[in-house]
Design a protein around this ligand. Structure first.
Ligand code: G3P
Ligand code: CA
Length: 316
């Protein structure tokens, strides 16, 4: 395993700023249900440089790969365990053991209110059979594909809602980071970029928890010249602990990238969805041109990694 990881450092495109990276957002989630191992294998085959893992904990403290703390919009939990919701009607991964979560069928994301799939042109809701993977199952899959294909893809794990997890008595970062290290991801030359939306946790990951690898602070929307607030730190403050930022794609991305680069931060915006472009973008190609060629982002999250790879790497 260590040998496979060691070979990755030479393939760290984008990290050194030479070539931007394409990050498969929840895998090739434009084509298969998000965060399933099938979606991750497809993303690897499509040439994604990094593959994303959103991570939450089960009741028995096993990190699993899913976007929300809720199970009810990506699985059949409401049919299999109808009485296990909280007072708000939601089914929390944290209330289920891994053995229970493994009984669920994962599916294309659907609306909690209407039950209809969020992106109607994507993989049909409820079709075929998929599981919610553990973090370690996914790391083994990517390590295996790196070995069998000879093409090294990195991992891009996101610690989901650490403050909430801690309020429930579970320290998600303290559980996830040792697993990354066990799999050989520990330093900035390893093909791993940890990300988090909560700046207090980004600081804690770097200081108290001693993470020495790459680290990205997810900023949500971030506008040109935006003022510092209690919720949002300055770019200079971010640069003390993180290697870059993940802002939402915005029309002023050119200015956002310029500001961040001036602060020594890389920029990996999210999320390119060819079936849900921003209203101001005329076409996928125009948006890709703006992001990669004009703004010069260092990376891009995409539900359609093949489309981003074609533009960023010329059909690699
Ligand atoms: O982590 C980058 C991007 O995935 C952030 O948005 O909500 O899809 O996790 P989200
Ligand atoms: Ca994410």
């Amino acid at each position: 395993m260590m040998k496979t990881i060691a070979t990755l450092s030479s393939a760290l495109v984008g990290i050194a700023g030479a070539q931007p990276i394409v990050i498969a957002h929840r895998g090739a989630s434009g084509y298969l249900p998000e965060h399933t191992l099938e979606a991750k294998a497809m993303a690897h085959a499509m040439g994604a440089d990094f593959i994303e893992q959103d991570i939450v904990l089960t009741k028995d403290d096993v990190p699993v790969v899913m976007h929300d703390i809720y199970l009810d919009t990506i699985s059949d939990v409401a049919q299999k365990f109808p009485d296990r919701h909280r007072a708000n009607g939601r089914y929390y991964a944290l209330d289920f053991t891994l053995a229970e979560i493994k009984q669920l069928n994962a599916t294309e994301r659907f609306s909690e209110k209407t039950g209809k799939q969020v992106y109607p042109k994507r993989f049909p809701k409820g079709a075929s059979s998929f599981q919610i993977p553990t973090l370690e199952e996914e790391l083994e899959l990517i390590e295996g594909l790196n070995k069998s294909t000879g093409r090294a893809a990195g991992i891009y794990p996101e610690i989901k809602q650490p403050k909430w997890h801690r309020s429930e008595g579970h320290d998600i970062s303290a559980i996830v980071l040792p697993i990354l290290k066990k799999h050989g991801y520990a330093t900035k030359t390893d093909a791993c970029i940890v990300q988090c939306f909560e700046f207090e946790e980004v600081k804690r990951i770097r200081t108290e928890l001693g993470w020495e690898g790459r680290l990205i602070y997810l900023m949500g929307s971030f506008k040109k010249g935006e003022k510092v607030t209690n919720e949002k730190p300055s770019l200079a403050e971010i640069a003390k602990v993180a290697d870059g930022i993940g802002p939402a794609i915005s029309a002023d991305i050119v200015d956002v990238v310029a500001q961040a680069h001036a602060a020594g931060l890389q920029v990996h915006p999210y999320t390119l969805r060819i079936d849900d472009l921003p209203k101001w973008a005329k076409s996928t190609e125009e948006l890709l041109h703006l992001l990669f060629d004009v703004a010069k982002v260092d990376g891009l999250f995409s539900d359609f990694p093949d489309v981003a790879v074609r533009h960023a790497h010329g059909g690699k």
